[in-house]
Design a binder for this molecule. Structure first.
Ligand code: AMP
Ligand code: ZN
Length: 110
């Protein structure tokens, strides 16, 4: 989608330090980290938000969590604190569905 910052990162029109890429997914560090480890897991398909998810996205959502699982291992978070967060509504600032993998010394938010 035009003028979407994450679509531009996916198309490599904006530089980022991509740490994982597959046919359907990218993952890169958040530019303004909220935790020791803060990786954004972003489906390449432009889905705006949780409210735009349909049943056809089932496989894609499974891949999101498989990617999270791999990154948890890669960043040695298995025995540390970690969580996967999705913001929505007024809490969401980039309108391209993405999943925050946060790890390290986390304050318990939920
Ligand atoms: P959200 O509020 O859930 O939409 O989160 C959007 C996140 O994207 C924020 O944590 C931003 O710091 C992050 N962000 C925005 N632009 C970039 C960028 N160019 N590269 C990496 N992260 C970004
Ligand atoms: Zn997009």
């Amino acid at each position: 989608m035009e003028n979407c910052i994450f679509c531009k990162i996916i198309k490599k029109e904006i530089p980022s330090n991509i740490v994982y890429e597959s046919d359907s997914m990218v993952a890169f560090p958040d530019i303004n980290p909220s935790a020791e480890t803060h990786i954004l897991i972003v489906p390449k398909q432009h889905i705006g938000s949780i409210q735009d998810i349909s049943k056809e996205n089932g496989q894609l959502l499974a891949e999101v969590y498989l990617t999270a699982s791999k990154l948890v291992s890669d960043y040695n978070l298995t025995n540390n604190f970690y969580k996967v967060v999705v913001n929505g509504g007024k809490a969401q600032h980039v309108p391209h569905l993405h999943f925050h993998l946060l790890g390290g010394n986390l304050k318990r938010m939920v």
